[in-house]
Design a protein around this ligand. Structure first.
Ligand SMILES: Nc1ncnc2c1ncn2[C@@H]1O[C@H](COP(=O)(O)OP(=O)(O)OP(=O)(O)O)[C@@H](O)[C@H]1O
Length: 614
């Protein structure tokens, strides 16, 4: 039966992905929880019914006390049927109604609400640009994705479990006291006013305090994960102490912000106990006084006492629930800093897929400085005819990788445009653009999955024979067969470790090469594609690469000039500008930067950090 409630909402149901999600908490929350609206309403109604039953029971207890005055025989003869009906209600109907309420909260809302938020948040974040990820810690982003859904779930839970229930209970209590004697309402109203004032005081502080505490916790995760992912650097430079200190700063900040949050709770708890004391003395004392004057029955005193004692235990719970509500709202607000960020690099409205006919690339006045006013690329204008093979050289930081990343639209160029076969790349869909481009990078990180899955990333529908053929071409097949991971998976099924750390740099590079071979895209970008290989493997791969380049437009970045000397055309970049353009012989004859690089290479390496300005 509970499965019915569990399946009431599909957390993975379709929804329009928003490039600019609402920036304010309430609209954001409402937007995310749209599929739950019906269930929320049903739960709210059920909570009110359950609270009404609770108040009704107390009222009935008072009535029973009053009835007892009439003697056993009269009570049984006159009210026997009524008592049996109430008993049947309490034993059978009440558990069903309360069970419905609990099942809606526990089974329909709780597991699905957090899942929905986590799923949508992850999808939203995954759509962010490369630049967006470069500006934050992966650990902090992950932490927000992880801690926001349970916090949002808690907010909803408290709303229905505590807040709506207690409101309904309070109203019921007021009605009951008024019925018994309207004067009994006075202490309740005074108490409620003071209680509201206390809540306001506490809640105005809890929200910001918990947001700060949550922010500090995310910062701890960011720093800690940063150290773990860069554990090689930490060990190599023997920087344990520094890393400890770096993390400790964040941990201490988390402690400090948590302390501030906890202070509010302590003060709040103390005030609450005092307030409740007032309530008990006020209502029960007044009821007793009324009874002494003969204007209230014993039953009224009993019901008023039971009600206040119940309110007394409930207020602590409500206050706790309210503070949990606002504390978790603070966590959600903090998570929104990541989840609700607008996606700045999006497909243009009505963008069509890139239609690649020849593979001609044009750069028109392209400038990009990563928002800093310098560095990157400076006014690059260039036409690469279809099928031309370009070698791109220049010192470190000259802007070579920037050019390649702009071509892939990892960033939107600050000025100028890029056309592929006459189509501006900002006007076509990003997916179609990247599908037409194969890229092998200098820093070839792999996904922590099997070798097979990593190679398949290039073309998910490829069959086993195609995977193996690609691995053969990339000179990777033999070493892949020897791989084994700690779980005992071997060969193509072996997992490669986070970012591929369990493989050598050359092995990683060959697997990324295999996946680009499998992808077989008409435009090929090679950013130091063979930099991690020994010369024997590199020689073998060079011939594969030349085969791969057949009929494709290619841009290859290399510091080892021998690997690009045979390209159709070589471009020299310096401080973001193209300063030389021609084939190997022409550039040598020009006797400029390229000739200097070539002359300085011993065994084919460009000493890129030296100042070799002509
Ligand atoms: N994500 C980024 N944010 C800000 N600045 C960046 C970013 N990436 C690169 N840069 C800056 O842009 C300039 C060009 O960098 P780029 O990576 O394009 O150089 P490169 O020629 O490829 O260097 P290398 O040969 O060392 O790979 C550098 O000054 C670099 O600091």
């Amino acid at each position: 039966m509970l499965r019915f409630f569990e399946n009431l909402i599909d957390p993975y149901c379709d929804y329009p992905a928003e490039d600019r999600p609402p920036q304010r908490l309430f609209p954001f929350f409402m937007g995310y929880s749209k599929p739950f609206r019906g269930v929320f309403i049903a739960t709210g109604v059920m909570s009110i019914i359950v609270a009404a039953i609770e108040v009704g029971l107390i009222y009935y207890m008072g009535r029973v006390v009053d009835l007892l005055e009439q003697g056993p025989q009269v009570v049984w003869d006159t009210y026997g049927a009524e008592l049996i009906a109430v008993a049947v209600f309490i034993v059978f109907l009440r558990p069903i109604l309360q069970g419905l309420d609990v099942a809606l909260i526990n089974n329909a809302i709780m597991p699905n609400f957090g899942t929905l938020i986590r799923w949508r948040a992850h999808r939203q974040v995954l759509r962010q640009s490369v630049g967006w990820f470069e500006n934050d810690f992966a650990g902090r982003i992950a932490n927000r994705i992880m801690q926001t859904p349970p916090a949002a779930g808690e907010v909803v839970f408290q709303t229905f479990d505590a807040i709506s229930f207690s409101l309904a209970y309070l109203i019921g209590a007021a009605i009951l006291l008024t019925n018994a004697d309207p004067r009994l309402l006075i202490p309740l109203v005074i108490w409620f006013a003071l209680y509201l004032a206390l809540s306001r005081w506490a809640l105005s502080r809890i929200g910001p305090a918990s947001q700060a505490a949550s922010d500090a916790r995310s910062a701890v995760t960011g720093r800690v994960v940063d150290a773990y992912t860069n554990i090689h650097s930490v060990k190599m430079f023997a920087h344990h102490d520094r890393e400890e200190l770096y993390a400790k700063e964040a941990i201490e900040e988390a402690r400090r912000t948590f302390q501030i949050e906890q202070r509010i709770f302590t003060v709040m708890d103390m005030c609450l106990v005092a307030l409740n004391g007032l309530l008990i003395v006020g209502v029960v004392g007044w009821a007793l006084a009324l009874w002494m004057q003969g204007t209230a029955s014993v039953g009224t005193v009993a019901a008023a006492t039971a009600l206040t004692l119940r309110l007394n235990s409930m207020t602590a719970w409500i206050m706790w629930a309210l503070s949990a509500f606002f504390r978790q709202l603070g966590v959600v607000a903090e998570g929104m800093q990541t989840i609700a960020q607008p996606i700045t690099l999006v497909d243009a409205p009505g963008a069509k897929p890139l239609e690649l006919t020849d593979g001609r690339i044009e750069l028109d006045g392209l400038s990009h400085h990563y928002g800093r006013g310098r560095g990157g690329l400076e006014d690059v204008t260039l036409t690469i005819p279809a099928g031309q093979k370009i070698g791109l050289v220049g010192r470190s930081g000259a802007g070579k990788s920037t050019l390649v990343k702009l071509l892939l639209r990892f960033y939107d160029a600050e000025q100028g445009r890029i056309l592929i076969d006459g189509q501006d790349i900002t006007h076509v869909t990003q997916d179609s653009l990247r599908r037409q481009i194969g890229m092998v990078q200098q820093d070839s990180a792999l996904l922590h999955r099997s070798v097979r899955e990593n190679i398949l990333y290039g073309r998910p529908d490829a069959d086993e024979a195609a995977i193996i053929a690609a691995a053969h071409e990339a000179q990777a097949h033999d070493f892949i067969l020897d791989l084994q991971d700690p779980e005992g998976n071997e060969g193509y099924a072996a997992r490669v470790g986070e970012r591929g750390v369990k493989l050598s740099g050359g092995q990683r590079q060959r697997i990324t090469l295999a996946r680009v071979i499998l992808k077989d895209a008409p435009i090929l970008l090679l950013d130091e594609a063979t930099s991690a290989l020994d010369s024997e493997v590199e020689a073998a791969i060079q011939s594969t690469l030349y085969q791969m380049m057949e009929g494709k437009t290619v841009i290859a970045i290399a510091h080892r000039l021998s690997t690009i000397a045979q390209m159709d055309r070589i471009l020299v970049l310096d401080e973001g500008r193209i300063v030389e353009d021609g084939d190997h012989d022409a550039l040598l004859a020009q006797d400029g930067l390229y000739a200097q690089f070539w002359a300085r290479q011993s065994g084919g390496f460009l000493n890129a950090d030296e100042d070799d300005t002509p």
